[in-house]
Design a protein. Structure first.
Length: 231
């Protein structure tokens, strides 16, 4: 019998819990709205950050990167990406297949495109000059004994290939479309603010309900005590 009573009490408590939340739904909504407004205001006053990102693909590997990395394609890609990052300047970093920059004052998309085109021209011209110098060095400075080695033959073929491709209009890097988006922190602040407001609202409603029930119980107990004294 006591187990049935306990189960019944648990059901009543659960019902009271949801009833209290339902009765205080507008108060909870007010806390959520207030917290969201505060979070939004903070994100605006705190100067929101923006994330600039651009996908890139390495199209040509310079003679020097091929000499350093050998047949390791990943190593050659990293060499090219590091060259791009160093020319772009401080703040840029590799993010998977993209380069990204977090800034409070992003430039216009056209400005970034102009910068990337200029950077690509510099890298391509540098690789072209390097290939020409490498080819000239091999042809003028090395004797027949060195020319017949596999390493020299490979370097010569790589240099000729780079010269041919660049003459045909090939660039070192190909860049995708640039995107400028608000930093994820902005949406995170709004979400956390709303969540915190909801939690605070629920806590406030439940505490208020518990205080009311406690006052009611004390009042009923006092009334019963007064009746008992009168009798």
């Amino acid at each position: 019998m006591s187990e049935v009573r306990q189960a019944y009490d648990d059901e009543i408590d659960l019902f009271d819990f949801f009833e209290a939340l339902w009765d205080g739904k507008w108060l909870i909504a007010a806390f959520v709205s207030l917290a969201t407004v505060v979070g939004f205001s903070y994100s605006k006053v705190g100067q929101p950050k923006y994330e600039v990102s651009v996908p890139l693909k390495v199209e040509l590997y310079s003679v020097s990167s091929q000499q350093i990395c050998g047949p390791n394609i990943k190593c050659m890609k990293n060499e090219a990406r590091n060259s791009v990052i160093s020319l772009l300047g401080e703040g840029w970093e590799e993010d998977g297949p993209e380069l990204s920059l977090t800034t409070r004052n992003p430039l216009d998309v056209n400005k970034y495109e102009e910068k990337l085109v200029h950077l690509n021209d510099l890298l391509t011209a540098g690789a072209y000059d390097e290939a020409q110098n490498e080819l000239a060095l091999i042809q003028t400075e090395l004797d027949d004994a060195f020319l017949s080695t596999e390493v020299v033959a490979t370097n010569m073929l790589n240099a000729k290939r780079i010269i041919r491709l660049v003459d045909g209009g090939q660039k070192i890097i190909s860049f995708g479309s640039i995107s400028i988006e608000p930093s994820p922190k902005f949406s995170l602040i709004i979400t956390l603010s709303a969540l915190f407001g909801g939690m605070f609202g629920v806590t406030f409603v439940l505490v208020r309900n518990a205080v009311r029930k406690r006052k009611q119980q004390l009042s009923e107990a006092w009334e019963r005590g007064s009746k008992s004294s009168a009798l």
